[in-house]
Design a protein around this ligand. Structure first.
Ligand code: F0G
Length: 404
């Protein structure tokens, strides 16, 4: 039996693993899965066989016998990016392309664990609010096990590829007249009242899957953790999860430090950056978040408390970037390294570039940027920022002339 507790990060209240609970019933604090690390054999982490999320099942909240609901998520490439590094005057840059997960985003890592838990709990259906990627991933996993799946998307604010996935895989898709924060508020009540299982990142099981990003990064670098990890922040689950993963490696004595967790938000949606800079432990929600990076157009991130701890305890920073900086970074990733990402993902590199210019990041730091979603998620944005194809006659001389 894999022993663990579900514990409130604020008041320490504990819940059993059969309890369907997302935030603390006593104080509304976020929940975390707690293991007894003295029971975990570090060799089973370092020498684990297999690939992807379930390779690290010794650090996941399931028995050895549990059959995972999996679509072969994880095991994404970690690219060394010398051209990109040189372009901004740093020496040691890596990009982990989470857009190469089966659904095209890192969400699959959380969903494989979350939906496996849903099966264990015997729920009757699953639901989420989403800026797009969560819904795409959940729809796929739900299809795999035959769960009814309900997704609430902010009307007109979700990139085309993501809606297409949710629709194609059979989710019941609602276009909600409101933003993501409204959708999350509505779906949380709905899940309570209609006995659907909520699979947003407030669900602590989701983050257990996502923390495996840290394990893969560390393993690829021969268990030497990088100095810094940079990633976009929206609902703030992923930065919390990756911090947890690195912290576990340190607790287990596998790594001797935790990278500086560096969270990047868009200028028009930056409650965490504000709280970080003002030294506050709580965010002030933003009513009208706005950015072209629709995945992170979020004004009231549910995991803010965990994310602020991750950033502060690791000695990292939070910074914001403009939409123009995001677009420039998206083009640089695509054209200097061949890494095709959606706008939100490019915020990581845009933030890195800005922090280097500000003198906040040392030239010789080993840095890993996490690119969270694939380019094809948001084809409409590509069409807006790239030169359109030129129409030509089917004639060699005409085409040759146009090469000039
Ligand atoms: N990058 C992409 C591509 C995302 O889809 C998201 C979140 C983030 C970054 C931010 O991650 O929320 O853990 O801080 N997308 C969610 C969704 C909100 O509904 O798909 P976070």
């Amino acid at each position: 039996m894999r022993e663990y507790e579900v514990e409130c990060i604020r008041c320490g209240a504990r819940y059993s693993k059969d309890d369907i609970v997302y935030t603390c019933r006593k104080c509304d604090g976020l929940l975390d899965i707690k293991y007894d690390y003295s029971e975990i054999d570090t060799e089973r982490v370092v020498k684990a066989k297999g690939e992807g999320v379930w390779k690290y099942r010794v650090l996941l909240p399931f028995d050895q016998e549990t059959k995972p609901v999996t679509i072969n998520e994880g095991n994404t490439p970690l690219y060394r990016c010398d051209r990109l590094a040189k372009s901004i005057g740093i020496d040691d840059l890596w990009v982990k392309h989470e857009g190469l997960n089966p659904s095209g985003s890192f969400k699959d890592r959380g969903m494989t664990v979350g939906v496996t838990k849903a099966v264990e709990l015997g729920v009757k259906g699953v639901a989420c609010a989403s800026t797009g990627n969560t819904s795409a991933s959940l729809a796929i996993f739900a299809a795999k096990v035959g769960f009814p799946c309900y997704v609430l998307l902010p009307k007109g604010k979700v990139a085309l590829g993501k809606v297409a996935q949710a629709m194609m895989h059979g989710a019941k898709v609602f276009s909600l007249k409101g933003n993501f924060d409204d959708a999350l508020r509505v779906v949380r009540v709905l899940c309570e009242e209609e006995k659907l299982y909520l699979l947003n990142s407030v669900n602590p099981y989701r983050l257990e899957g996502q923390k495996t990003i840290a394990f893969e990064v560390a393993e690829k670098l021969d268990w030497e953790v990088p100095d810094r990890v940079i990633l976009p922040v929206g609902n703030a689950g992923n930065i919390s999860a990756i911090f947890k993963g690195f912290s576990e490696l340190k607790t287990l004595g596998i790594a001797d430090s935790v990278p500086k967790m560096t969270g990047i938000q868009a200028e028009g949606a930056k409650p965490i950056v504000n709280a970080f800079k003002e030294g506050n432990s709580e965010i002030i929600p933003e009513d009208k978040p706005e950015t072209i990076a629709s995945a992170i157009r979020i004004g009231n991130p549910v995991n803010a408390a965990k994310a602020l701890t991750a950033i502060r305890d690791s000695g990292g920073v939070a910074e914001s970037v403009t939409d123009d900086e995001i677009t420039e970074a998206q083009l640089m990733l695509a054209r200097l390294e061949g890494i095709g990402v959606e706008p939100a993902s490019a915020a990581s590199f845009a933030g890195l570039k800005k922090l280097v210019q500000m003198g906040e990041i040392e030239r010789d730091e080993r840095i890993v940027c996490i690119t969270t979603g694939h380019l094809l998620k948001d084809p409409e944005r590509v069409i807006r920022i790239c030169e359109p194809p030129k129409e030509v006659d089917a004639d060699v001389d005409v085409v040759r002339e146009m090469l000039k």
